[in-house]
Design a protein around this ligand. Sequence first.
Ligand code: AP5
Ligand code: MG
Ligand code: ZN
Length: 216
Amino acid sequence: MKGIILLGPPGAGKGTQAKRISSEFGIPQISTGDMLREAVRDRTPMGLMAKGFMDSGDLVPDNVVVGIVKDRLSAADCNTGFILDGFPRTIPQAEALQTATFELGKQIDIVISLDVDQKELMTRLCGRRTCNKCGSMYHVTFNPSRVEGKCDQCGGALIQRDDDREETIQARLVNYKKSTEPLVMFYGNSGKLKSVMASGSIDAITAEISGLIRSV
Ligand code: AP5
Ligand code: MG
Ligand code: ZN
């Protein structure tokens, strides 16, 4: 069992790396951002409620995300491990996660913090493209698809996320500093925190993360 948290600001590469770690270790990626976007797309009551927060770059209320993560963690495929991407994002979420893992007989083994220069985050997010069919991630300059606008994996159309506009990105970065960065201290105190310099080659970063996971 490996319970892994990927921590890091918007654009740090949580999704990119979580997908790779998920397939390497055969454990599910639990991305609250992806689950919320799915709910928005399907116009579920939760999606309709969350959309306003997401479009303005604000965090969705803790009780909503805690609820979806608890449900997801209790599914059978999480028994061999899981990688959390974008959760927890506040101290109350981290505390709720502690309670939930305890109740489910699971645990967090390692928290990996992805560190990237603030300026690079903006460039990464402005150029990000996502496949609307399979969710594969690209960047117009750093990680382009072979055919412009088309997914290498499935041929789906590459689209830009609604919240990847400059002013929304600014708001997301401010919210990260205010609400999420305190988690670095929170997990630092627990002795489970490892930091990775997450600029440079995507493959090299994956190798480093994977080595850290194997060592716990
Ligand atoms: P979420 O979807 O989690 O967005 P985020 O945290 O802002 O992070 P991103 O997904 O933007 O970045 P990432 O770190 O995954 O980077 P990526 O791999 O894509 O959340 C969205 C919203 O949902 C929130 O604002 C909030 O409203 C709500 N929400 C979600 N979870 C919540 C929670 N727990 N509580 C409350 N609200 C919540 O990479 C970015 C780009 O960089 C890509 O183009 C990629 O190709 C490129 N790239 C990746 N690695 C590299 C590299 N090494 N070099 C160059 N380019 C790279
Ligand atoms: Mg992401
Ligand atoms: Zn695709």
